[in-house]
Design a binder for this molecule. Structure first.
Ligand code: GLN
Length: 543
């Protein structure tokens, strides 16, 4: 049976619980254990799919088509275990399911209540599909004391009794602030937070304490004494130089050893951490650097492009170069900023995914610059659609080319997809349908032209990549766009939906309808990002 590790947050939000969970999973995995991580989100949205990136950061899409919290991206990047719909639950989804059952009459006349009905749903979710695991790590979103997270805390309290204390460990994450005026680290917020948690029936076994300087032994002992944990179980979590330093850092502080000890596991295999040593060696000893211009809309909020940022870093790891990302607001080019003055210093240009018209003309201008100046160009999802519109307008003579996403157009080079072959048969959508969960979502196969650049990059002609889009390049324009030099080198298996475009007359010009960044890992960089950064390295030698 799987053992359960619960991670709760205290004192403040944004302590990086997701990275903590991912790092612990990586350490347990390095000891040979099978691990999975789940995220419990206390908000009322059914999923983050309809939330603005400004509210929630990136929406992470799984193979099975779930729109989930960006922490699932960390989990997958640190463990290589593909996340699933069943790894992310929200209060909204739980209530939706309960109300559906209530309307069907499934509760047989009972009064439906938070305890036991909501807590039972949470427990069922936690315990589903765990048979093949050694450890399941459950990260509870929010901070102890929030009204929203109470049912989750109550559910894990019950679970500890249901499956036995020996089979569960509770980790509480806190902050130890440094008060400059006093010249001291303060342990009181940690003490209060642990008191809050114990008042809800959960005594933590391990405390993971964010702190911006080394934690003196005296403070560590004090926390242990007040919070009722072993001194060795008070783990200082110092700020790290890179997120990929965190697993080794926590290992040195004894996190994995303490967690195993709390389970009473004494014969755990020693961890093989060579994978992480290699990543850090590549990260901190680069043999060059490149600058990539990312022309997008949410450039003030890097969390909106979390996986993209990481995939570019992974491309750098593959080539042993440092990748500098220059975030460029596409709207600047619409407000009169000069395109060359921003883009000339770039070794490659990337237009990422996005929604809505704002900034689109700036993105199209960036594609044109990359095409004409022969600067490596990567268009992802909306970025590929912009590359097709640019190609249509400037190389195929269709100057009215646009997308129906921005309103009616005479030349819908990109249009709403109303039907496509889904995993369980034909999927249909209406123009005025629901927004939540209705895009073409999740992993779909694509077939690549054997002679194409992308087939050489992937080393295969059948790929599977994750999608999240409502609009699609219209295959009727294939002839016109190809005559202008933009080749459709990847299509859906039925030949209906364009998946990849490229320009053979250009050093590196690729647009993809899917999101390759979601599958890139530091120990397994995505081939498209590895190749794109390689092209940027070549470009850097030219300029
Ligand atoms: N807005 C575009 C669409 O829905 C692109 C989506 C995206 O970039 N993820 O097709």
């Amino acid at each position: 049976m799987a053992r359960f590790i619960f991670i709760t947050g205290g004192v403040v939000s944004s302590l990086g619980k997701g990275l903590m969970a991912a790092s612990l999973a990586a350490l347990l995995q390095a000891r040979g254990y099978k691990v999975r991580i789940r995220k419990f989100d206390p908000y009322l949205n059914v999923d983050p799919g309809t939330m603005s990136p400004y509210q929630h950061g990136e929406v992470y899409v799984t193979d099975d088509g779930a729109e989930t919290d960006l922490d699932l991206g960390h989990y997958e990047r640190f463990t290589g275990v593909a996340a699933r719909q069943s790894d992310n639950i929200t209060t909204g989804r739980i209530y939706r399911d309960i109300i559906t059952k209530e309307r069907r009459g499934d509760y047989l006349g009972a009064t439906v209540q938070v305890i036991p009905h909501v807590t039972n749903e949470i427990k069922d979710f936690a315990r589903s599909e765990v048979d093949d695991l050694d450890f399941l790590i459950c990260e509870i979103g929010g901070t102890v004391g929030d009204i929203e997270s109470l049912p989750f805390i109550e559910a894990i309290r019950q679970l500890r009794n249901d499956i036995g204390r020996n089979n569960t460990v509770s980790i509480h994450t806190t902050l130890i602030p440094y008060i400059a005026a006093a010249g001291e680290l303060k342990t009181k917020p940690t003490q209060h937070s642990v008191r809050d948690l114990t008042s809800l029936g959960i005594q933590p076994d391990v405390l993971l304490c964010r702190v911006d300087r080394p934690l003196p032994e005296g403070e560590r002992a004090k926390i242990a004494q007040f919070c009722n944990v072993r001194k060795e179980a008070v783990i200082p979590a110092l700020d790290a130089k890179s997120i990929y330093s965190v697993p080794l850092q926590y290992h040195r502080e004894g996190l994995d050893a303490e967690v195993l000890r709390a389970f009473g596991i004494e014969d755990a295999p020693a961890p093989d951490l060579s994978r992480w040593d290699d990543i850090l060696d590549r990260l901190f000893n680069p043999e060059g650097e490149v600058t990539i211009g990312v022309v997008g809309k949410y450039v003030g909020l890097p969390d909106a492009y979390k996986s993209l940022t990481e995939a570019l870093v992974h491309g750098g790891l593959a080539n042993r170069v440092k990748v500098n990302i220059k975030w460029i607001d596409a709207e600047l080019f619409e407000k009169g900023d000069d395109v060359p003055s921003h883009l000339e210093p770039m070794h490659a240009i990337l237009v990422p995914g996005g929604f809505g018209e704002r900034g689109s003309e700036g993105k199209i201008a960036s594609v044109q610059f990359a095409r004409e100046r022969k600067v490596p160009f990567f268009g992802i999802c909306l970025g590929m659609q912009m590359a097709c519109i640019e190609g249509a307008r400037n190389t195929a003579g269709l100057d009215k080319a646009s997308t129906t996403e921005f309103g009616e157009t005479e030349e819908p080079v990109v249009g709403l997809i109303t039907e496509w072959m889904g995993k369980e048969g034909l999927e249909k959508r209406a123009a005025n349908g629901d927004l939540g969960g209705t895009m073409r979502l999740g992993a779909y196969e694509a077939r690549l032209d054997g002679n194409s650049h992308v087939a050489a990059i992937y080393g295969t002609t059948t790929i599977s990549e994750r999608h999240r889009h409502r609009y699609e390049v219209n295959a009727h324009y294939k002839g016109a766009l190809e005559a202008g030099g933009l080749i459709f080198s990847g299509m859906s298996p039925d030949g209906a939906l364009p998946e990849i475009v490229e320009r053979p007359d250009h050093p590196w010009f690729v647009g993809v309808q899917f999101h390759p960044e979601l599958k890139s890992k530091p120990f397994d960089p995505h081939p498209l990002f590895a190749s794109f950064i390689e092209a940027a390295v070549k470009q850097s030698r030219l300029v």
